[in-house]
Design a binder for this molecule. Structure first.
Ligand code: DX5
Ligand code: ZN
Length: 218
């Protein structure tokens, strides 16, 4: 699949979310929305009411990344609200297969996220239940952290697992993805790239997205 770019609004101005989405609308494929509950991660961002509001204004589909303790309870609601991709964390879900199926049943793409220390092999058997595997390339919770190179072998192994099973699963990387690191991620097999500070920290976020895409395509 051609690379896709999903800028994270975590690094945008939260008081002007629809304008901030507008700045990347012509360049990006998705808008990555980081939902944090101060339990699964030590940070608090936004929840369903803000996502519902943003859905009315965003010309791009929303890629909701749920860093919350009880994704089984909440994930289907994001899908029902109209988010086109909903990712739950493997470390938090108590019934991941049931929840992934509920996301799909509500019409969204179902994503499964794993933290840097979580092996991908434990999820090989349920790859058929997911539309996207999200591999965190920083510990989740904050934007602007340094990319963890140690995770790249896992991205490679995940790509092999997906290929070996001939599944249409997208492979997303999230955390520290920038002009300096995106080529390594693409080379390892990632095809969906989340970038927060590298996009919204730039003077021209749309141009930053185009540059990242160009690098990922090389
Ligand atoms: C971190 C979030 C990321 C974050 C990435 O826990 O999941 O989506 O916004 O930010 P950068 O690209 O600045 O590392
Ligand atoms: Zn994220």
């Amino acid at each position: 699949m051609a690379p896709q770019i999903s800028p994270s609004i975590l690094s945008a101005d939260f008081a002007r979310l629809s304008e901030e989405v507008g700045r990347i609308a012509d360049a990006a494929d998705w808008v990555h929305v980081d939902v944090m509950d101060n339990h699964f991660v030590p940070n608090l961002t936004l929840g369903l009411p803000v996502v519902e509001a943003l859905l009315k204004h965003s010309p791009l589909p929303l890629d909701c990344h749920l860093m919350i303790e009880d994704p089984d309870r909440w994930a289907p609601e994001y899908a029902e609200a109209g988010a086109q991709s909903v990712t739950i964390h493997a470390e938090a879900a108590k019934a991941p297969v049931r929840t992934l199926r509920a996301i799909r049943a509500a019409g969204a793409r179902a994503g499964l996220g794993i933290n840097p220390g979580t092996p991908v092999e434990g999820y090989a058997d349920i790859l058929g239940e997911i539309d996207m595997l999200l591999i965190m390339t920083v510990e989740p919770g904050f934007g602007g952290q340094k990319f963890l190179d140690v995770v790249l072998p896992k991205v490679r192994r995940a790509r092999e697992l997906i290929k070996g099973r001939d599944l249409p699963v997208w492979l997303q990387v999230d955390g520290g993805v920038s002009a300096e690191t995106i080529e390594r991620c693409a080379e390892a097999g990632a095809d969906v790239f989340v970038a927060g500070s590298a996009v919204y920290g730039a003077d021209d976020p749309a141009e930053a997205v185009r540059k990242l895409r160009g690098q990922a395509e090389e």
